[in-house]
Ligand binder design. Structure first.
Ligand code: AP5
Length: 214
């Protein structure tokens, strides 16, 4: 399976992708995680991406397409995957389509996760992430057993820079302007499946599995 998880920031793409990766034994490819790691390691990619991410803006399309070309079509490319956070603009989606055509391949499905905006803002404001293993928690709905400490690896939990309220609002605006047009892009290609993501993570997983079985 080659899947895309589409949806606004904080709707639960990363949470679901981690679970799906275990269920279906295919890797999660999160462009956000790749960029954050590049920033932490101070690589040239990280240096270019940092200024955009802290403001809640998108990293330019040419950088993202180069990154995804290397990841999906390079020497060690996985056979199946869950794309979490890519594509995010029409230019990225068209670029990806061209790469698939060149390799006589295609996406299996695009899953659109939907929830109300106030729920999304609440989820993002309370998110904490493990610095070491990247496990995701939520102070309201999925708190760690020990405050500030990862249940999985005992790493330090931190709040992402772009999860401050003013940046969250900008990310939502950017989503509506630049990413939401992908809904019609994939609907017109007949591969878009809509998933109610307002329930618990387990309920959302059930909704996803039902759509994939269809
Ligand atoms: P990225 O890391 O992709 O961020 P995002 O799309 O904004 O998504 P998030 O990671 O914020 O949210 P999510 O939907 O994964 O939610 P999560 O599962 O964590 O990108 C960051 C930045 O990188 C971008 O702003 C941009 O600058 C850049 N970038 C990345 N890709 C790019 C691209 N292709 N082009 C250009 N720029 C790019 O859940 C959120 C919280 O809610 C967590 O606390 C979780 O525990 C909780 N939660 C999840 N599900 C539930 C549930 N069902 N019930 C209750 N709580 C839940």
């Amino acid at each position: 399976m080659k899947l895309v998880l589409l949806g606004p920031p904080g709707v639960g793409k990363g949470t679901q992708a981690q679970q799906m990766s275990k269920t279906y034994s295919i890797p999660q490819i999160s462009t956000g995680d790749i960029l954050r790691e590049a920033i932490a390691k101070k690589t040239p990619l990280g240096d270019k991406a940092r200024a955009f991410i802290v403001k809640g803006e998108l990293v330019p399309d040419d950088i993202m397409l180069g990154l995804i070309q290397d990841t999906l079509f390079g020497d060690n490319a996985p056979k199946g995957y869950i794309l979490d956070g890519f594509p995010r603009t029409i230019a990225q989606a068209e670029g990806l389509q061209k790469l698939y055509e060149k390799h006589s391949d295609n996406l299996s499905a695009v899953l659109l996760l939907e929830a109300e905006e106030d729920q999304i803002v609440a989820r993002l404001s309370a998110r904490r992430t493990c610095r070491s293993c990247k496990a995701v928690y939520n102070l309201m709905t999925m708190p760690p057993k020990v405050d500030g400490v990862c249940d999985v690896c005992a790493g330090e939990l931190y709040q992402r820079d772009d999860d401050r309220i003013e940046t969250i609002q900008n990310r939502l605006t950017v989503y509506k302007k630049q990413t939401a047009p992908l809904i019609d892009f994939y609907k017109s290609r007949g591969i878009l499946k809509t998933v109610d993501a307002s329930g618990t993570p387990e309920e959302v997983q059930t909704n996803i599995n039902r759509q994939l079985e269809d």
